[in-house]
Write a protein that binds this ligand. Structure first.
Ligand code: ATP
Ligand code: MG
Length: 688
């Protein structure tokens, strides 16, 4: 055995250690569930477990690690690597190669590609993102005549949500309608017909949507022949944030590992915030009896993240939940400072106040990267972003505008997808109409021809478009021929597409320069992936979500502040956390229909936000709050009240600050030209 010079497991507390050492050396390990509150070291324990498994001889290539995002997977692999390195004291240890670490969706995509031949799936399949899926749903809905005959038929987005819920919750349509979309119940028969046609369209076009990645995986996992085969690829299956998985994901796990051997999941029922996507805490409750052998349960109640006053306030918020979460966290991190509750006139003042505090913290030595501002919806940070730019405070935003939603990025990806899978009509339709002189009718004719031809390229070459597009058409044919020719080395494809696309970009947009920079950024991202199909799948499933991903490397060296939606802040921690708009209408959101379950989920959301803070927590309550309403009513300011989740009895956990006078000097300062340019560019950057 390797002598332990520096034992990194020694820092673990007895419960964490029990989880890490669980059935080590016992041939096979029984299923293990760790349920514990925020900041109690669940993720940390998982990372140590990975390291421990590898130390005891497990093959890293046979460990499956399922996390909430690619970022989380990378972080955890990194942490495990650090542990290994400390033990082995060798510079070569580094991060272990865990080829199977990622989200359920991205791992699903990989397995499906690998097993495609076995399940009658053409391996050139492409993946629809949410936007494409909605569009296809809309198209199918139109094709089967549901738009003309039925005026009040649900919108395409609603149809997709219903479909998705049926698949992910594994519930029959009528139950889903009754429980979640009661206003659509009268359309049950039509919806059934629509979903049938939608599934047919996906299969004809050889495209999968997000739900298919889980659904097909679950089908494979429950197949008597394939299930054991897929299960035997992995000796260990570890899942973080298990409270936010859905029925289908639980079925995947038990399909692959019917006896639960090697399965370890960690989660916190008090942090379940994705039930609107079909996730269910029942997965945690059912876990102990899900497998053919009973699961072990370990709970952790010591918090290592936050100071006691922050924990007291957070515990108070969650203790008031209708459903009891029988956990009270404790810590030995004493502090005299209570979390702050700041009452402020309006959102503009909120932005100024938050900036002041952030700068003060920085003066006191708290780097910007260890500070975060959290909010309920991506749009809520608008005023703050302006103020940050005005004051030259660099920031990165998570969970906001998605890079992939820009029309020019969609164009480039559509060309690559159309080359990968010529039967994908959403991509084909988009690409063809970029060519001058080609409209929907011509595009449809060509796509029909492509669908019938044994080789798409032949159909494309044989096609004669309307007269005036000849030259442009030939250029496209040349590009398409090269893209369809096997053997082109990735990412050379994307450079070809870029060269072809830039003239179109200039023709179509007067801010082509800004957009061209995005395309260059995309090409750069492409270099990090081994193949076209791999790149397309990864970028569709786990898109670069932070603005930093497009701002390029310089920002990464700087000190910058984190802005994030609460949903995207899951699992993370910062020394100082500001939560914006802690008012009714925002948390809970007035978008929620007001059912008790939805309101409770909003309470957990506030709990998640508060428990991200290590040392300083500021909840900001603006008195006037800007609400974006339905188009016909216009936007307006409303007078808001402190969120109902902070009852008068809880105020003793906070230091209340009232902010009346504005920092006028700051607000009068004119905006420098550079900032105005930036703001204008951003606005013009046409995110759809
Ligand atoms: P969340 O529910 O928010 O995902 P978590 O339970 O996953 O939280 P971690 O993120 O793993 O918690 O840990 C929270 C913090 O506590 C981290 O900074 C981690 O390094 C630290 N920590 C965890 N366990 C210990 C320990 N035994 N000793 C010292 N620090 C610890
Ligand atoms: Mg965690």
């Amino acid at each position: 055995a390797v002598p332990l010079v520096d034992d990194p497991f020694a820092t673990l507390n007895p419960e964490q250690r029990a989880a890490v050492e669980h059935d080590i050396g016992a041939g096979s390990s029984r299923p293990l569930l760790v349920v514990a509150g925020a900041g109690s070291g669940k993720t940390n324990t998982l990372a140590h477990r990975v390291a421990r498994l590898i130390l005891s001889g497990a093959d890293p290539q046979r460990i499956l690690l399922l996390t909430f995002s690619r970022r989380a997977a990378n972080e955890m692999t990194q942490r495990a690597g650090n542990v290994l390195q400390r033990i082995l004291k060798s510079s070569s240890a580094g991060a272990p190669t865990l080829p199977w670490a990622g989200t359920f969706h991205s791992i699903g995509a990989r397995l499906l590609r690998e097993f495609s031949g076995r399940i009658g799936l053409d391996e050139s399949f492409t993946i629809h993102d949410r936007g494409d899926s909605e569009d296809l749903m809309g198209l199918v809905r139109h094709e089967i005549g549901l738009t003309q005959t039925a005026k009040r038929f649900p919108l395409k987005g609603t149809c997709l949500s219903i479909y998705s819920r049926v698949v992910n919750a594994r519930e029959p349509l009528d139950l889903v309608l009754k429980s979640t979309f009661p206003w659509c119940m009268e359309w049950e028969a039509e919806l059934k017909r629509l979903f049938g046609a939608y599934v047919d369209a996906k299969q004809e076009q050889n495209v999968l949507d997000y739900d298919d990645l889980l659904l097909f995986w679950a089908e494979m996992a429950s197949d008597p022949e394939l299930g054991p085969e897929i299960g035997s690829l992995f000796d260990h299956v570890l899942v973080d944030e298990y409270q936010d998985t859905n029925r289908l994901q639980a079925a995947i796990i038990s399909g692959m590992k019917p006896d639960g051997a090697g399965v370890m999941v960690v989660g916190d029922d008090a942090q379940s915030i994705y039930s609107f996507r079909g996730a269910t805490v029942r997965n945690i409750l059912d876990f102990p009896k899900q497998f053919s052998q009973p699961a072990q349960l370990i709970t952790l109640d010591r918090n290592y993240r936050s100071t006691q006053p922050i924990l007291d306030a957070s515990n108070a918020v969650i203790a008031a939940a209708l459903e009891r979460h029988a956990k009270t966290l404790w810590t030995d991190k004493v502090a005299t400072q209570l979390p702050q509750m700041v009452l402020i006139p309006d959102e503009a003042e909120q932005a100024r106040w938050v900036c002041n505090r952030i700068l003060e913290h920085r003066e006191a030595g708290i780097k910007l990267t260890t500070q975060a501002v959290l909010f309920r919806a991506a749009s809520h940070s608008a005023a703050l972003e302006l103020e940050l730019m005005r004051r030259n405070i660099p920031f990165v935003k998570f969970g906001g505008l998605k890079f992939l939603e820009a029309s020019h990025i969609k164009d480039v990806l559509a060309v690559l997808r159309f080359a990968q899978n010529p039967n994908g009509r959403m991509a084909g339709f988009r690409v063809l109409q970029l060519i001058p002189g080609i409209g929907p009718a011509t595009a449809t004719r060509l796509l029909d021809a492509v669908a019938e031809a044994p080789e798409a390229l032949d159909a494309v070459e044989a096609f004669t478009p309307p007269g005036k597009s000849q030259g442009d058409w030939q250029e496209f044919v040349t590009l398409y021929r090269r893209l369809r020719t096997p053997g082109l080395r990735w990412p050379a494809d994307i450079e070809l597409v870029r060269d072809w696309y830039l003239p179109h970009l200039e023709r179509l947009h007067d801010d082509a320069a800004v957009r061209a920079a995005d395309v260059a950024q995309l090409a750069q991202l492409a270099g990090g992936h081994g193949s076209r199909e791999n790149f397309l799948a990864e970028i569709t499933l786990d898109p670069p979500e932070a603005t930093s991903d497009r701002a390029g490397p310089p920002l990464l060296d700087e000190d910058y502040l984190i802005l994030s939606t609460i949903h995207s802040s899951k699992g993370q921690e910062w020394k100082s956390v500001h939560v914006l708009n802690v008012v009714d209408g925002c948390i809970p959101s007035d978008m929620s229909t007001g059912s008790a379950e939805e309101i409770e989920e909003e309470r957990r959301l506030l709990y998640v936000a508060m428990t991200r803070a290590k040392e300083h927590l500021h909840l900001v309550v603006p008195n006037r709050f800007f609400i974006k309403q339905q188009a016909q009513m216009g936007d307006r300011h409303v007078y808001a009240a402190r969120t109902r989740f902070l009852t008068p009895a809880m105020l003793k956990h906070f230091e209340e600050c009232v902010w009346i006078t504005a920092d006028k000097a700051q607000s009068k300062k004119p905006m420098p030209d550079s900032v105005r340019m930036l703001v204008r560019d951003r606005a013009r950057n046409a995110w759809k």
